[in-house]
Design a protein around this ligand. Sequence first.
Ligand SMILES: NC(=O)c1ccc[n+]([C@@H]2O[C@H](COP(=O)([O-])OP(=O)(O)OC[C@H]3O[C@@H](n4cnc5c(N)ncnc54)[C@H](OP(=O)(O)O)[C@@H]3O)[C@@H](O)[C@H]2O)c1
Length: 295
Amino acid sequence: MSASIIDGKQIAAAIKQEAAQETEKLRAQGIVPCLATVLVGEDPASQTYVGMKRKACEELGLRSIFEQHPADMSEADLLALVDRLNKDPEVHGILVQLPLPDHIDDKKVLLLIDPDKDVDGFHPMNVGRMMVGEPRFLPCTPAGVIELLMRSGNEPGGKEVVVVGRSNIVGKPVAVMLMQKNARANATVTVAHSRTRDLPEVVRRGDIVIAAMGVPGFIKGEWLKPGAVVIDVGTNRVDDATRERGWRLVGDVAFDEAKEVASAITPVPGGVGPMTIALLMANTVRAAKLANGIE
Ligand SMILES: NC(=O)c1ccc[n+]([C@@H]2O[C@H](COP(=O)([O-])OP(=O)(O)OC[C@H]3O[C@@H](n4cnc5c(N)ncnc54)[C@H](OP(=O)(O)O)[C@@H]3O)[C@@H](O)[C@H]2O)c1
């Protein structure tokens, strides 16, 4: 068997197109969805991520405000900036790019973001809402995983899902979303982590396996139940002398083996990766609607 490929680029493009259409409708009513991105310091990866988010805003017709500040910005100044963005009625979404420099308490900053503008979905208020099944903004990467399942015809309802990883940004939220009582969830969820005994046996239970570990190629093809659906969130750089840049990206799943056992699988890159920004755009459009009493 060779698995079908779940094309994250294509699914992300469809979600972006929907966000662009919604934006056009809002613009016709004089509302321009606006995302403010805040970058402190010069971390190259963070610069790239923020650049991609700003570019997506431009492509989709959203307004983008970019606040770039030096690495020695004080915590007090950053908190004041977030406060100002919270109060600005033209700003619908606020994204503070992590990691922040060591002298800034990132929890303090994230707590200050108005939950109604928290398009990253990390504020405890939004995490709580997700937990009780009344979400406002779902965190983008796990929400992207759900979209990949739903839009590829692999609805999780009634299925055994094994999530490998329990971080606050991927593993835990995706597990919480999948156990909800709704048509996009209704799964029986197992969460595995570094203390799980006999991981291969646990993974073998999964009709759907979601890998979010950050360990290249760790999950082997022979661990999978034949016909399983595999969503690989892992995004790991490994050395590759055949590439000009000297590295390539791989997932947490040994792709070549897994695709011979699975029925469907996401590639890395081109699977979960493109979904995160698409969902961020969707969340920002939603924030603009909520701020204007449209939803
Ligand atoms: N947009 C995207 O595509 C996107 C977004 C976010 C993250 N990612 C990628 O997703 C991966 C996970 O990210 P993260 O932030 O969730 O990572 P993380 O915070 O490092 O969490 C990793 C999780 O995997 C578990 N784990 C690690 N080694 C394990 C092992 N040998 N056996 C079983 N479990 C193990 C850890 O268990 P313990 O809790 O016991 O330590 C932890 O819960 C990374 O590759 C990251 O780059 C991609």
